[in-house]
Design a protein around this ligand. Structure first.
Ligand code: HMG
Ligand code: MG
Length: 311
């Protein structure tokens, strides 16, 4: 039973594992593994996958094979495959690769903007304007990210109204949805609520998404807080993989398995099969030779083990 007036009946999961999850991996992850992961996510019922990033390979070498990954997957009925683009060059490559949506990414912190995309916030927005216009001209929808919404690795606390100003500019420039990125995973539910309320002064809640990293263990609590304000789209990463190369110390996104389990428990639909999703998580954890960061995936693993052993 849903328990609050604002709570959505259905949540859209934007699976960012193949991009946010893998972009920071120190060793190369093959296109074959990336495709294997995306195939399994789609099989589990995920309908939106951020599959690639078309930025400078000098800055993010792990994402250099985006066109190859997208070509191998091809178009899938009912599934949106999206990519990050920092500039016109990235957009051109993404369009050539046949993506259905792109995302531009700004920040609420000047220092992070410089470190991540080598320009100021204003310069980034000026750079994005023709990118957004050209994408829309090509019938490709554009999401907008704002990073460092609940803290910056270099500047510390960030004013929610500073976030709201950047979010509003992206929305007015034509981004259909603004994803609020807690890049360093420092947020708490109380701050999440204040942030969403500040953004809702100029953007409808239906155009806001939550993007929580889990560095301080608060990501799932922040998802719950955002749900209670009516947010119905969440970016998450299967197995909780990931981090940002330009955000020192930040860990992965909230695990998709944990978000799906939370939603199921609240009577909110996701359209995702939790057990198949856990299989996708096990696949990538094994490929990366790493334990899952998802508590739910660990519980499923334990349950399956007990069932096999008859204990
Ligand atoms: P720059 O060095 O200022 O760019 O970098 P430039 O325009 O001077 O170009 C330098 C070189 O890069 C040139 O090549 C360009 O051709 C090439 P050269 O002449 O030296 O051989 N280049 C490109 N190559 C391929 N594709 C492109 C491209 N653009 C330029 N699109 C730039 C500026 C934005 C390119 C760089 O800073 C960059 O690629 N940054 C990407 C950073 C990034 O991807 N960070 C991680 C994603 S953001 C994130 O994770 C946060 C998020 O998850 C939300 C959250 O958690 O908060 C979204
Ligand atoms: Mg992120």
């Amino acid at each position: 039973m849903r328990d609050a007036a604002l709570m959505p009946a259905r949540v859209c999961i934007v699976e960012v594992g193949p991009r946010d999850g893998l972009q920071n991996e120190p060793s190369p992850v093959s296109a074959e593994v990336k495709v294997g992961l995306i195939e399994r996510l789609i099989d589990a019922g995920v309908t939106y996958v951020e599959a690639a990033s078309f930025d400078s390979p000098k800055w993010v070498p792990q994402m250099a094979d985006g066109a190859d990954v997208l070509a191998r997957i091809g178009r899938r009925e009912g599934v949106t495959l999206a990519a990050l683009v920092p500039n016109m060059k990235g957009l051109e490559a993404a369009l050539q690769a046949g993506v259905e949506e792109v995302a531009v990414f700004a920040a609420a912190s000047e220092t992070f903007s410089q470190k991540n995309i080598n320009c100021s916030i204003d310069e980034s927005l000026a750079r994005f304007a023709p990118v957004i216009a050209a994408a829309r001209e090509a019938d490709v929808r554009v999401r907008g990210y704002v990073s460092c919404v609940l803290g910056c690795p270099f500047e510390g606390a960030i004013d929610p109204h500073a976030v709201a100003r950047v979010a509003r500019r992206l929305f007015e420039m034509g981004c259909y949805e603004i994803s609020l990125g807690d890049t360093i995973g420092a947020g708490t539910p109380h701050k999440t609520k204040a942030l969403i309320d500040a953004c809702m002064e100029s953007i409808p809640v239906t155009a806001l998404a939550g993007h929580f990293h889990d560095t301080w263990g608060m990501a799932i609590a922040n998802v719950a807080a955002a749900l209670a304000r009516g947010v119905a789209t969440f970016d998450s990463s299967v197995s909780g993989i990931g981090g940002c190369p330009y955000s020192p110390g930040a860990t992965g996104n909230v695990a998709t398995e944990d978000v799906v389990y939370l939603c199921e428990g609240m009577g909110i639909e996701t359209g995702i099969d939790l057990y198949k999703l856990a299989d996708a998580g096990a696949f990538i954890s094994q490929a990366l030779k790493r334990e899952t960061s998802s508590r739910v995936a660990r519980a499923i693993e334990g349950k399956r083990h007990r069932e096999t052993c008859g204990t």
